[in-house]
Design a protein around this ligand. Structure first.
Ligand SMILES: [Zn+2]
Length: 131
């Protein structure tokens, strides 16, 4: 109970802005044309290391959807939402997909094989030594 299994993504990914946990692959971006109340949002084919909150019906610009908030499994921040059901036929491509809000994720630049999950929220930059 309460044990967290963190999935590490291979390849370029987006991470939680708050705890740097991997959330989704850049290659899984379905659309970057989404908007949330807090600004830009991206639609992903899938996201990892997230928990889906209570499902609720939400009226959106594109119609009625049954959605659940997505919480980062490490820090508990809301990072977006998941479409469970789209009631409009034209919107059903979204079902099962996840939206991550741009303000909640950070773009990971090309990342080498040497990486680890940094659970500490402080950013460490230690590349200032003179050669
Ligand atoms: Zn997090």
């Amino acid at each position: 109970m309460g044990r967290i299994f963190v999935v590490e993504l291979e390849g370029r990914s987006y991470r939680c802005r708050f705890c740097k946990t991997h959330l989704a692959l850049v290659s899984d971006v379905f659309s970057k044309a989404f908007h949330s109340r807090r600004g830009k949002a991206y639609l992903f084919n899938k996201a990892v290391n997230v928990n889906v909150g209570t499902l609720e019906e939400r009226m959106m610009l594109s119609g009625l959807h049954t959605v659940g908030d997505l919480y980062c499994c490490c820090c508990g921040q809301i990072v977006g939402w998941k479409y469970e059901v789209a009631h409009e036929k034209s919107q059903q491509y979204k079902e099962g997909k996840c939206v991550l809000e741009r303000v909640c994720i950070v773009d990971e630049p090309d990342f080498c094989s040497e990486f680890y999950i940094d659970t500490c929220p402080t950013v460490t930059v230690s590349d200032s030594e003179d050669a």
